[in-house]
Design a protein around this ligand. Structure first.
Ligand code: PLP
Length: 359
């Protein structure tokens, strides 16, 4: 019996993806070995690698200007690598929308580089996405497209003449992005929230960005090392790449990112609707125009002492991972791609019943 898993990350995976992995676990495509037991240089793994890259290119409709890289070290290593590889001793500009951008800004400062914070919603507990505008002459403009903790998300990417660097760890592959049109230089995401399991970081980089990498960077910290070696200068996280490939295949089966976007928006709407029609019992953390389709953070304003009761009763009803992040407390439902509309319905029914019982 499986629970409904609203964890923020690592998070739920689609049941059919887990079943596919299970069916191939001991003997990959009938070959008598697991995909975990085979050389990353083998033809068998090369096929997995290539089909995963191709699938990502199809889903995002990437032009040949873009490279798809698989790296390690999580999104957190990207916080350091982006300025290291791309700043060219120019000023970089950051939009501060919470804990994850703060951590990214810290990594720029450690390197002694000039970092300008062009916008911040810190004064209002990061409850909204501020108006963001980057200077044309900055090395790049940095945003976090979905703020996992506060449940805020950009509705549209900021128009920018300087390339964007985007931390999309918690909303990658959840809606279509016009990479060229939006001037995306780099988009990165730890896979374990919306794109698979921990261990692989997806990096989509425009080729001109690779020309910026300075000569004095160590081999493993250079984007061009990954681009020039099919992400296999050393041993890549083979199983995590395989799982990412299965997730991409599953998304294509759902009809691609346009279909997934619509499905996600409906799911999120149902929960926000349960909040908004609770007569003030629940209150969402994010302001309405910044609400995330991936993470819904909310409080029981009528009586905060009921928040742990909510989490406990939900857990007894088979729903896990609903405790809010320590920074803002309350309740958080992470409803990434893998969460089904019917699982969301179970949650909203529970929310309404909870109001009747305790309101
Ligand atoms: C979880 C998360 C991270 C950190 O990812 P790691 O892969 O654990 O380093 C960074 N940014 C955002 C937006 C996240 O949600």
């Amino acid at each position: 019996m499986r629970v409904i898993n609203f964890s923020a990350g690592p998070s739920a995976l689609p049941l059919c993806v887990l079943q596919k992995a299970e069916s191939e676990f001991l003997s990959f495509k009938g070959k008598g070995f697991s995909i975990m037991e085979i050389s990353h240089r083998s033809a068998v793994f090369d096929e997995v690698y290539k089909s995963t890259v191709d699938s990502i290119k199809r889903l995002y409709a990437l032009s040949d200007e873009y490279e798809v890289l698989f790296m390690q070290g999580g999104a957190s290593l990207q916080f350091a690598l982006a300025p290291m590889n791309l700043s060219q001793d120019k000023r970089v500009e950051y939009a501060d929308t919470g804990v994850w951008t703060q951590k990214a800004i810290k990594e720029v400062k450690i390197q002694g580089k000039e970092c300008v914070i062009v916008a911040s919603s810190e004064q209002e507990a990061y409850s909204y996405i501020p108006e963001v505008s980057f200077s044309d002459d900055a090395a790049y403009g940095y945003i976090c497209s979905n703020n996992t903790i506060y449940g805020t998300q950009y509705r549209t990417l900021p128009a920018s003449k300087t390339p964007l660097v985007i931390d999309a760890s918690s909303d990658v592959l959840s809606y279509p992005i016009d990479f060229s049109g939006s001037n995306v230089g780099v988009l990165f995401a730890g896979a374990q929230k919306n794109a698979g399991i921990s261990g692989v970081t997806l990096v989509i980089i425009r080729k001109d960005m690779l020309e910026r990498v300075p000569q004095n960077l160590p081999t493993m910290l250079r984007y061009d090392t990954y681009a020039n070696n099919q992400s296999m200068f050393n041993t890549p996280p083979t199983f995590a790449i395989y799982m990412l490939g299965l997730i991409c295949e599953w998304i294509e089966g759902l009809g691609g990112l346009e279909a997934v976007k619509e499905r996600n928006a409906k799911k999120a709407f149902e929960i926000y609707n349960a909040i908004d029609t609770s007569g003030g019992f629940y209150k969402g953390h994010a302001k309405e125009n910044s609400r995330s389709n991936m993470n819904v953070s909310f409080n029981i304003v009528a009586n905060p002492a009921l928040e742990p009761v909510f989490v406990e009763e939900a857990s007894r009803a088979g729903m896990l991972g609903l405790k809010g992040h320590k920074h803002i407390g309350g309740i958080r439902a992470s409803i990434y791609n893998a969460i089904t509309p019917s699982e969301v319905e179970t949650l909203t029914k529970f929310m309404r019943e909870f109001v009747r019982k305790h309101g």
